[in-house]
Design a protein around this ligand. Sequence first.
Ligand code: GTP
Length: 765
Amino acid sequence: MSKTRVYEYAKKHNLSSKDVIIKLKEMNIEVSNHMTTMEDETIKKLDAVYNKKEDKPQAQAKPQQQSQQKASQGQNQAQHRNQGQKPNQGQNRNQSQNQQKTSQAQPKAQLKTTASAFSDDERRATTPEKVKTSAVAKKPGNSQPFNKNNKNKQNKNRNQQNQNKGRQNQQQAPQQPKKVKELPSKITFSDSLTVAELAKKLNREPSEIIKKLFMLGVMATINQDLDKDAIELIATDYGVEVEEEIKIDTTDLEVYFTEDDEASMIERPSVVTIMGHVDHGKTTLLDSIRNTKVTAGEAGGITQHIGAYQVEENGKKITFLDTPGHAAFTTMRARGAKITDITILVVAADDGVKPQTVEALNHAKAANVPIIVAVNKMDKPTANPDRVMQELTEYGLVPEAWGGETVFVPISALTGEGLDNLLEMILLVGEVEEYKANPNRNAIGTVIEAQLDKGRGSVATLLVQNGTLKIGDPIVVGNTFGRVRAMVSDVGRRVKEAGPSAPVEITGLNDVPQAGDRFVVFDDEKTARQVGEIRSQQAVQAQRSEKARVSLDTLFEHMKQGEMKDLNLIIKADVQGSVEALAAALQKLDVEGVNVRIIHTGVGAINESDITLAAASNGIVIGFNVRPDNNAKRAAESESVDIRLHRIIYKVIEEIESAMKGMLDPVYAEKIIGQAEVRQTFKVSKIGTIAGSYVTDGKITRDSGVRLIRDGVVIFEGEVDALKRFKDDAKEVAQGYECGITIKNFKDVKEGDVIEAYIMEEVER
Ligand SMILES: Nc1nc2c(ncn2[C@@H]2O[C@H](COP(=O)(O)OP(=O)(O)OP(=O)(O)O)[C@@H](O)[C@H]2O)c(=O)[nH]1
């Protein structure tokens, strides 16, 4: 039993579906549209009609057609004639366009239609018969057959020319057929298209599309939106392939990081990061947990290091991020990825709270992550856990035993003492916080590590944060994409899938993503590829700076747009007293709509960690009598973190307050122009101390302001008194040259000091 649809039949016989439908209707056979399946009998009837007509096409066509006429048009005309008095029924078998136009040219309509009522395309596509009818209608007294002698024709043409140029075109069409625009092989659309848009894509007139839609039972106007089905219907009728484009906003991977509904979620392992001061035992703790808790049999040799591992305690899993140090933690957070559920703050019981302990706890607090304190090195005779508890209390971590909420666990990472207890506490916090995920969805998560492997190409360790990742999944990772080719678990086993909180190493990406990048699994490879490609293009264009971090200059804008409620500040100063004074004064600032939040303070130069913390929290770093070290400078530049350097407290307060009020008016801003290192000093009685210096960076100018920096701390700020090259006064001395510098009202220059030169520059707001 044949299952030929109308459009299939039409295609096979070089007809348009509409033609066939009309023909069927003439034969009193009901069809609803071009998708209708026809009975064998119907097909036979159609065959009979069309084959019969095709019997003698050339013979009849010849007299009417000029030699230059294309064969297809010849056939078209021939068929038309075969249908006798009905030029609107069954004409062109080659081009739906022609046919469409011809059908429009019903005798009655044609008689009334003036040439100007046709568009160019319509004129072009008009068949000879139509032209003839039209011409005859317009000039009834001049009703010669179309192929009359040349003289007549010329006369007629002249007449037509006088009346209407467009009509002349019509008349000449048989001799000089104009080309109908070619159909594209494929069109794309996203969501919907209006009739006009679809017409444009198909190189057709909107009216033609409207008619076609009408024939297919759809009433539409030119500006009407067509849905996917209608677009496909029309395009298929023309034999044009259709592809739906994805929408641009789907390239934002964050969109996929949505909460699932409660019912679909089940408990998932907690993800834990270990942080603390240098040498307090982070690595030892990570190793000993891993060695004692990952069973050897399962491991198959725990040689694999993929940046994270899982252990089992009391039948429940815990995921440890095997990247000690808060740099990794904050780098990820700076990139917007929150992956840690719980922070273990390791503090050596024999050493107590140290600067990095404070940094670490501030990082955890800023990220709003619960902290468990592991008081380490309890095996040491000098261990003093009470002191650790006492010191941490000052930072708001009050032990449960003292009425607070922070869990303290005494351990020895070396001997393994207390490790079970620590793991139980992690499980307990996990239970309280109820970390959950939905294993039955496309996986989403974050890159922990990634590198290029010689043999395997791009290799990335991913932490699955929701859903289940499977081999073969089409995936976008940061600005890269691919299909998950192979997956290796934390113990070096090949696995086929990885559920929530599982770390897994994958291959199959087209490029190497970055730690902290998000990943999202898509339903199909095409979408993943499109999203990945758009993302990588966007990344090239956007660069980092576009992310527009908060700076004092843009603070008010952010506040106005309601983007900021907290102004996160990191305060570094030369002495603790200044830190406290500044913090207290800043916290008192009261400006509606914004809340000053001091997320970290410290004594000493501004370091890289301060910058990463600022970047992660979209904060601003205030340096009071201190400068950023080189790493911090680089980091601040690449992360676009605003550093404000001051020497007078009220200036800091004034600046922050006016920025908060939107009154910041930095007509002038300081610009550091160079640095010189003091290599030798000379005391000259009348002049004072000359700093024999070497310009290490930029230049020093006669009229620049200078700061004298010793061990990262500003000792003095003033002006250049004299700048000399050998004996001569110099206007400026550039990098790589030696010079003598004296500073107004300052004599205490020492070898090793750094002289920083700056100018005040007008800046655009
Ligand atoms: N006695 C004793 N020594 C420990 C303990 N934990 C760590 N150590 C020792 O302390 C030193 C530093 O330990 P690490 O684990 O390297 O410390 P870390 O915090 O990872 O250090 P960084 O990676 O430099 O930040 C090593 O010599 C360890 O053997 C412990 O519980 N008891």
